[in-house]
Design a binder for this molecule. Sequence first.
Ligand code: FAD
Length: 467
Amino acid sequence: MLQNTLFDPSALRDSVTGRVVTAEDPDYDEVRAGFNGMIDKHPLAIIRVADDANVAVGIRTAREFELPLAIRAGGHSAPGFGSCDGGIVIDCRDLQDVIIDDEAATIACGSGLTWGQFDAVTQQHGLAVTGGRISGTGVTGLTIGSGSGWLERAMGLTSDSLTGVRMVTAEGVVVDSDDDPDLIWALRGGGGNFGVITELRFQLRRLGPIVLGGQRFYPIERGREVLAAYRDVMMSAPKELCGGLAFITAPPAPFVPEEYRGKVVAATIVLWAGAPEDAAAGIAALDALGEPIVDLVRELEYTELQMLMDKGAPAGKRDYFKGGFMSEMTDAAVDDIVGLAETVTEPLTQIICAPLGAHTQYAAVDETHSAIGHRNEQWSFQVLSLWSDPKDDVDQKAWTKGAAEVMSSHSDMVSYPNFLSADEVADTETAYAPTVYRRLRMVKDRYDPNNVFRINNNIAPSEVAVV
Ligand SMILES: Cc1cc2nc3c(=O)[nH]c(=O)nc-3n(C[C@H](O)[C@H](O)[C@H](O)COP(=O)(O)OP(=O)(O)OC[C@H]3O[C@@H](n4cnc5c(N)ncnc54)[C@H](O)[C@@H]3O)c2cc1C
């Protein structure tokens, strides 16, 4: 085995067709940056892989020199899994190929797409899958860590619609999940534990390009009444009525009445995902929430709706998340959620309540299809704290943990793998049912017994301790 001090990036440059970025390159800082400004990792080399062969070289080199190996797609991992110190990053951003079969409503795409890029190409065909709520998030990381989004009531989690992948294993072998039902099952929620994905395939559904939807704001003073009414409407509304309710800070924009600018508001994100002719009647149930202070619900492009929250989540901010599920949103939970929203001090922090429900597509999937359980839950929620100043790190994390503490009386605080925070990653197991975790470990043993892919929500193989 070679010493990692002997690692020479120029040799790597000769072995791959993609670009190799190191600390000597002027754009090194730009290329290594991820979404979370708190993460500041310095890899020895970032390989902007151009194909499967480049990926295999990256894996082989990391193993040969005993270097840490990280995989990056959209760079949105809150704990910073998309990079590493003193190791190699396999950066998939340049894998951008797309093939759409309009008739079959399917897509095969490179693993480097963001949701903005994915939605732009699928919407040219009036096709969609549940996508991330922020358009810069990577399709790959979001999908294989579950994939929760505004469309989940109508279309299930993103990973539920993942039908296949091409992947390079720890041994540098290119495999296709069509040859292994265990592998595609594991990738529906088991994360980047099994290899480097270079292509993903999805079953899409018809939607758009124009949809009825948008945002409505309600004053925080009516927050309890609005959230309770939203709960009551969404638990019986058809699954085509999609979206969520987020407590956000109203921007200083002309469309917001002056007295509400910079104040926390209850914001519904409305999206009708059924037949367009049923849309107006379908969303009318939300009139029960009363008169909004801002009503931006209209016919708009689905791609625009998917970017509604982007301004509230700019890259480079510091972020820390907690999330969970509720089997029921009780009045006491409503009270506590609004109480927490009233204590938000950072303008970009959000508390999102996402309605699920027994009659939805989310609930129609079981653990034979997906590693993600929690299908009997009625709500998921995320406390997404974002702030700018490093001086606030301690306070903001403490506030977020405090919020989780409050919510723990309404939820067992297990979450989607995508929303595990940095201090929970050692407890990856808690995100899965025990039988599911055992099966995930069996797949891990088969594909990565040496835990080469360990910078992630790690599923430790049977024989190797997590390093
Ligand atoms: C602002 C923001 C908004 C978010 N919104 C949502 C949301 O609406 N719904 C939701 O479900 N989640 C959401 N998340 C969480 C997000 O889905 C996860 O952090 C996800 O891992 C990000 O994927 P990425 O590709 O952007 O990240 P990266 O940091 O690039 O990758 C994260 C991890 O994914 C794995 N991975 C990435 N690419 C590959 C590959 N090619 N092969 C194998 N493994 C790979 C690796 O383990 C990698 O470390 C959000 C996060 C942020 C910061």
